[in-house]
Design a protein around this ligand. Structure first.
Ligand SMILES: Cc1cc2nc3c(=O)[nH]c(=O)nc-3n(C[C@H](O)[C@H](O)[C@H](O)COP(=O)(O)OP(=O)(O)OC[C@H]3O[C@@H](n4cnc5c(N)ncnc54)[C@H](O)[C@@H]3O)c2cc1C
Ligand code: SF4
Length: 499
């Protein structure tokens, strides 16, 4: 009897159905399960729920009679309903909870993961015995292993790393970068049906969402995802890089690819994404630092984060090296951007509320940094990011939030906590113009909450920061402040209320 093949909602591209060892049987019937309990357990952004359901239903429509699409309360119930006791194969799911579930089910054979460039065993053999898992070492090793952007055994363009060209502040006087706009999909009848279902769930079933479900902004089908990839590579990749770390209030996307949700839904294979970037460089259509900057994100950071999630183990999610325990305030949980006077935070919170997306620097240096400075519970921060972002999944959240953003792992992912005073935000964005606060002020009515928060954080963790060569200077700076008591008082006054 041919085994059924089970596709999870983040395994939607053709590469999840390529037969062969170890893959599903050729032409295997497919089962897809829409489990409502997932949406009962957590309060997701409505645009994210919309995107995931729309993408699953688009895939089922593409597969036609080959797919059995089940709407059930739980995965277990749905699977029984669809296949009874028949044998099932499934590719390694992306979360530990889903992996444990499928591994415990009778008759279900778990196949290796797809949707990533490197098998887990290869990462483990690279990592084994190393004291530190430095991203830069991993990335260079990956480039060699996969022969990516290489000229023989030398990096293409003569350098491994173009980060120093890619940290420019925004061009002064400009409200936007002026690069061609990204691809945006057009909604289909499936979106209309999804929206009606979500309305009904909210009305009749008490399922709650957060954020706004505006016109769908991210691809939900393979066709749309390929259109987004081609638009990016053909028209926008050439500008990727120099302003990667900059933020403009009027240009939320800048040169970023907006491909994370398509990669994480499995609509795009990272191998085709990095190949497209390399081909564009080899054809002379984009400079090497743009191709390298982008390949670094996909073949470097994305792979590193995926493998770190499994390598660091289940206990990683409970880490709280800085002993931060404060709850997230209501205005943050509700994405209430209008309650916030700090222009930077209000701007990015509004982006999250309206689209479920903002680029890397707002995630790290505005949202994450604010949480870190206030000592919010890292698990609650992780849960917030997971629920509120269209590209958020357990595997990508834990290393990015517990590790990179909240330093709750005490330095397994990064060599120092990422946080800054208002001066950095002022240098790297146009957000301070017209703000109710002043980036350099650390006391008084116009004290910047990032500046007071930064010094409060350094004060609270001075022993740890003084012992780390990468952060010791911050403690020296703290010791030079004459007005530290007033700064700490200003920070306390700002407390949990919206800044
Ligand atoms: C606190 C925090 C939370 C984050 N949460 C997520 C998340 O839920 N999902 C997610 O995919 N990324 C997450 N990231 C990483 C990164 O911010 C997003 O991948 C990126 O902003 C998505 O936009 P983009 O597709 O335009 O990316 P680009 O800037 O165009 O980068 C290209 C691609 O590189 C990959 N990438 C780059 N950095 C990372 C990284 N650190 N981890 C994983 N992939 C990376 C993504 O697939 C992305 O599409 C997070 C980062 C931080 C600091
Ligand atoms: S002054 Fe401070 S709060 Fe206002 S935008 Fe600048 S960094 Fe943000």
């Amino acid at each position: 009897m041919t085994a059924w093949h089970w596709l999870f909602g983040d395994q939607l591209g053709p590469h999840f159905l390529t037969p062969g060892e170890p893959g599903p049987a050729a032409g295997a019937p497919v089962v897809m399960i829409e489990a409502r309990s997932v949406f009962r357990r957590r309060r997701f952004h409505r645009a994210k729920a919309h995107l995931v359901l729309s993408a699953m239903r688009h895939r089922a429509a593409e597969l036609g009679d080959r797919a059995c699409y089940v709407r059930a309360e739980t995965y277990t119930e749905g699977l029984r309903q669809a296949v009874g006791g028949a044998p099932v194969t499934v590719h390694h799911p992306t979360s530990r909870a889903a992996y444990d579930l499928v591994a415990s089910m009778d008759g279900v054979r778990v196949l290796p993961a797809r949707g990533f460039l490197l098998p887990g065993a290869a990462f483990r053999s690279w990592a084994g015995g190393r004291e530190r898992l430095r991203h830069e070492d991993f990335y260079r090793w990956m480039r060699r292993e996969l022969d990516l952007l290489m000229d023989g055994d030398r990096p293409a363009g003569g350098r491994w790393n173009h980060d120093q060209d890619n940290r420019e502040p925004p061009p002064s006087g400009l409200r936007t970068l002026g690069v061609p706009t990204p691809y945006r999909p057009r909604e289909s009848d499936i979106d209309e049906e999804v929206r009606a279902d979500l309305d009904r769930w909210e009305r009749d079933e008490g399922i709650r969402f957060v954020g706004r479900d505006g016109p769908r902004a991210f691809p939900a089908s393979r066709r749309e995802a390929l259109a987004a990839l081609h638009r990016f590579v053909d028209h926008r990749l050439a500008g990727f890089g120099p302003h990667e770390d900059a933020v403009l209030a009027g240009d939320p996307v800048m040169s970023h690819s907006l491909l994370s949700s398509s990669l994480n839904l499995g609509l795009l294979d990272p191998a085709e994404v990095v190949a497209a970037a390399e081909d564009a460089w080899r054809a002379g259509r984009v400079p090497v630092q743009s191709a390298e900057g982008f390949v670094r994100q996909v073949a470097g950071w994305r792979e590193y984060v995926w493998h770190a999630y499994w390598y660091f183990g289940e206990e990683y999610r409970h880490r709280n090296a800085l002993r931060h325990r404060a709850p997230l305030p209501e205005w943050f949980l509700e994405l209430d951007a209008d309650a916030v006077a700090a222009r930077c935070l209000s701007t990015v919170l509004a982006q999250v509320r309206d689209t479920g997306w903002t680029h890397h620097i707002p995630r790290l240096m505005l949202l994450g940094s604010y949480a870190l400075q206030r000592g919010w519970d890292p698990r609650a921060v992780t849960d917030w990011f997971h629920r509120c972002f269209v590209d958020g999944y357990d595997w990508v959240m834990l290393p990015n939030v517990i590790g990179m953003s909240q330093y709750a792992d005490g330095g397994m992912m990064t060599t120092k906590p990422y946080t800054s005073a208002g001066a950095y935000i002022h240098r790297m964005s146009d957000l301070c113009e017209g703000c109710a606060y002043r980036p350099a002020d650390r006391t008084g009515d116009r004290a910047c909450p990032y500046t007071t928060g930064y010094w409060s954080f350094v004060h609270r963790h001075r022993t740890r920061l003084a012992a780390n060569p990468r952060t010791a200077r911050a403690v020296t700076g703290l010791d030079r402040l004459q007005d530290i008591e007033q700064v700490l008082r200003a920070g306390r006054r700002q407390g949990g209320s919206p800044p």
